[in-house]
Design a binder for this molecule. Structure first.
Ligand SMILES: Nc1nc2c(ncn2[C@@H]2O[C@H](COP(=O)(O)OP(=O)(O)O)[C@@H](O)[C@H]2O)c(=O)[nH]1
Ligand SMILES: [Mg+2]
Ligand SMILES: [Zn+2]
Length: 296
């Protein structure tokens, strides 16, 4: 049997990537009977039946499963924001970071349109990389790329190889462009039609994984639910790495870093060690989490 990863289900068939090609698979009878719900990202074992045809014989237990987008075994989320336009919505970025962190998925930040940014810097003389620096200093993995010139693409590519990634971020930030920049005309041995025809198109209604830079990537419209994940108010600060590093210095172990005295987070905010925007978002999210707590 051959080990592979399910890319998508479509028209009664399942498309599985294994041995660097795509197999059109049907299900073993027992799966049909059980009406097993397969998700893109499921690791399966297939039995070859013909040139590009196979049957799914086994499915491995999932390491994790996202609901929106519905994908299993996600290793990392590539959060895509433009450096220039659309102006990066940092409230949204911090929200996505919390969702991803809460789902125990590794976030990777990719800021696009570096070419436009540098072009603008030439006329204004400003070389202000403050936004990207804030996230880098917190400890997040941050890349700056141009999907136009290819600048920085190689570094992102290396992070995608052998992983299952989801792209998330606002419309127009360059997710589809990034996907294309990461897959420079790579031809699959077979089955490329079903993959290639989707490229560059902006329809992302049904979720599927696509082969990209030696890994598998889903170009999704983003995490559609922008509500805070269900969590207790005390857990929120745990999604802010720069808070985690300091919160043991707060006077109260139950400190929510809001109105409490002798709060190490607020002290770090005063000295500029913690970004004002990040703290502001924390307070907004804290309110939402507390309101949601009441509804349980
Ligand atoms: N100059 C420049 N334009 C870009 C870059 N990335 C994307 N774009 C443009 O931004 C627009 C939106 O990109 P798209 O990939 O469709 O964004 P999506 O909605 O996130 O998939 C398109 O016109 C792209 O050509 C980049 O790095 N540099
Ligand atoms: Mg797109
Ligand atoms: Zn505190």
């Amino acid at each position: 049997m051959i080990e592979g990863v399910l890319l998508k289900g479509y028209g009664g068939f399942y498309y599985v990537y294994a041995e660097e090609r795509v197999w059109e698979c049907s299900l073993r009878g027992r799966f049909r009977v059980k009406d097993q719900d397969f998700l893109p990202g499921d690791r399966v074992k297939i039995l070859r039946e013909g040139e590009n045809k196979a049957t799914i014989e086994e499915v491995e237990p999932r390491r994790n499963a996202l609901i929106r987008p519905a994908i299993a075994n996600v290793d990392q989320a590539i959060l895509v924001f433009a450096m220039t336009s659309p102006k990066p919505d940092l409230n949204l970025l911090d929200r996505l970071l919390i969702q991803v962190t809460d789902a125990e998925i590794e976030p990777i930040l990719v800021f696009t349109k570096l070419d436009k940014f540098e072009e603008a810097a030439l006329t204004t003389g400003s070389k202000d990389h403050a936004i990207t620096d804030v996230y880098r200093q917190i400890g997040y993995t941050v890349f700056k790329v141009s999907n136009e010139t290819g600048q920085g693409i190689e570094e992102v590519s290396a992070r995608i190889t052998d992983k299952i990634s989801v792209l998330a971020g606002p419309s127009g930030s360059g997710k589809s462009s990034l996907f294309n920049a990461l897959s420079p005309g790579k031809k699959l041995k077979t089955g490329e039609l079903s993959l290639k025809s989707k490229r560059g198109r902006h329809t992302t209604r049904h979720v599927e994984l696509m082969v990209c830079a030696g890994g598998l990537v889903a170009d999704t419209p983003g995490f559609s639910s922008l509500f805070m994940p269900a969590m207790k108010r005390a857990e929120l600060a745990g999604c802010f790495p720069e808070f985690v590093a300091r919160r043991r210095q707060c006077r109260f172990s139950s400190c929510l870093h809001d109105k409490e005295p002798n709060c190490a987070i607020k002290a770090a905010l005063e000295t500029g060690e913690i970004s004002a925007a990040r703290y502001e978002h924390y307070l907004i999210f804290l309110k939402e989490v507390i309101e949601a707590e009441r509804r349980y």
